[in-house]
Design a protein around this ligand. Structure first.
Ligand code: CA
Length: 245
């Protein structure tokens, strides 16, 4: 497995950890063509070392890797408070289910086989989110949860919380629109910047992750058969979203 770094450029450096050379080549070619710098490693240990030294804009992480696998790489990054956006590349849908259950703080998932166009769209989308335009000085509070939109920090029940870029954007989107109910596909297109039926499970998982982190302070409600909503005040009934922004 050759290791190589193309010159990083304006769109940012992506570290790709993928042990299948043919797939790594396709990923490199397509990300480079889209204007990203690309650095490829073929196993978890080297991937982790490259991520720590190169500080990429985002990480594309294969789940099945020799040595420490993609799950463990992500776990170690998050344990070290490294919140660089992670996109998992998974071989099977049931693998997605397993990873989703682990609440690793990944930002998105791509299942093999993926189209190059989809891959580039996902990477672009996660970067757009992580670089979200700061909203200096603005704060948003619903119930026990306060978002500092400028610093992108979250306070729940008085304590600071760590959310990934995607979890933050999802929560902020709902908290800006209290009382309104959004379907999964709508959240997908509003927060992730694209929509796919398969992707709606990603929404469920990110909601679950936000809830797990915020615990009892979480203001997010599930509206059966419709989607999710943030309660404006305790006891308020959610209303279905009829106007589109
Ligand atoms: Ca693999």
């Amino acid at each position: 497995m050759p290791t190589a770094t193309d010159a990083p450029n304006a769109r940012g450096l992506i570290v790709v950890v993928e042990d299948e050379a043919a797939i790594a080549d396709v990923i490199r070619m397509n990300l480079a063509r889209a204007g990203f710098g690309v650095h490829i490693e073929g196993d978890g240990e080297r991937g982790l070392a490259a991520i720590r030294s190169l500080k990429p804009a985002a990480i594309l992480l294969d789940v099945g890797l020799p040595g420490i696998d993609g799950v463990e790489v992500c776990r170690r990054l998050r344990a070290a408070q490294d919140w660089t956006p992670v996109l998992f590349v998974t071989a099977r849908d049931d693998e997605v289910d397993r990873i989703l259950g682990l609440e690793l703080g990944a930002d998105d998932y791509v299942t093999k086989p993926f189209s190059p166009r989809e891959l580039v769209a996902r990477v672009s989308s996660v970067l757009r989110r992580s670089r979200g335009v700061p909203d200096a000085g603005a704060e948003l509070t619903v119930g026990q949860v306060t978002l500092d939109l400028g610093e992108r920090r979250v306070f729940a029940a008085g304590g600071a919380m760590e959310l990934t870029a995607t979890e933050f954007d999802l929560l902020a989107f709902l908290m800006r629109r209290p009382g309104r109910v959004f379907g999964r596909e709508q959240l997908m297109s509003e927060v992730w910047g694209y929509s796919s039926v398969a992707g709606t499970r990603t929404v469920d998982v990110h909601i679950a992750q936000v809830r797990a982190k915020l615990g009892d302070a979480s203001p997010i409600r599930t509206v059966r058969g419709v989607g999710y909503s943030v309660q404006a005040r305790p006891g308020d009934a959610p209303v279905a979203d009829t106007e589109h922004e």
